[in-house]
Write a protein that binds this ligand. Sequence first.
Ligand code: AMP
Length: 371
Amino acid sequence: MNIGIVGGGQLGQMLAHAGQKIGHSFKFLVPPGECCVESLGQVVHSDFLDHRMLAEFARGIDVFTFEWENVPLAMLEALATFAPMRPAPSCARVAKDRIQEKKSFQDAGLRVQKFAAVSCQADLAAALEHVGVPAMLKTRGQGYDGKGQRRIVEKSHAALALAQLENVPCILEAFVPFDFEISLIAVRGKCGVQAAPNATPIATTIFYPPCRNQHINGILHQTTIPAEGVLPSVLQSTKAALQNMMETMDYEGVLCVEFFVMNTPDGQQLIANEMAPRVHNSGHWSIEGAVTSQFTNHILAITRQPLGSTTTHGKSVMINLVGVVPRVHGPIENVAVHVYGKSPRAGRKLGHITAVGENAQLLAERALNGY
Ligand code: AMP
């Protein structure tokens, strides 16, 4: 198939690597400037709202997907008139707005922290009254890697924080004194469609093991798989709720949800923080660490092929390479180094390493110290 990807960063790069191996071709819609998919297919550079360029991008495409949801919704909707967009633009709509996101979590039976919408300075007092302090004030849209958020420790500081976020629509949410953070990566696909075109599609949702994530300055630093310390019963009910949510959204593809894990005297709580309607940084380990990577499974789901196994090859550790281009000193067994080919800049994700096996943490550290 000809697959059109909106975005041209490392997620698009790894999606194309996976998809080319199973016979697909790729075309990318990328804003003007640098991208890292030039060698992987035709790249259409456009500011996303130029309809002539959208039609050019859409020519010959069988299915669209996106590797970045902070793009204009109208553009995703316009593209979906040319060929199916999977996941559908309505899924991006939910994920682009932190209030809608929290409501979807709640409707599916997932636990969320107290929150309130803040549209302007006049809303602040009531929101602070409901949520209390400490709290996080975050922009409703366009946030990623901890950008667009302020911690509020004293109520009197909230007005300044909102002004610093340029008085855009925000969400105020309770600060969660979590023990650790995890993400759950799910894939939902409709197989059986190609075998029997008139049959009702059978939807399947499968999960990778929970990933335990550590952030530095709001950016993912390390992911460890499987996440230790998550109670099986809590995990099971959370997965059931997530599956429920994906069914309601009629989601197709990979979805990642990040959770705060809190061990309380009343038991363990998983608090849904945010979702990414796409392949996710905390799933990069799956290239080497699972039978089928998140990238291959996303391609299988959006092309409506049966999904691949998410069984792992034991433990994995993934460490992001942020801000500096690493020097590779030599191959280390069971360690893979991925360098995306982006120009170095402080805080920019330039690559990652994955170590697999019982000694994954040790191997990952050895690989890094070699740099
Ligand atoms: P986010 O952009 O929502 O993923 O936030 C980035 C990081 O900031 C999270 O991974 C947490 O480490 C931290 N953070 C965000 N929201 C909260 C919260 N309500 N309570 C505690 N920590 C938070």
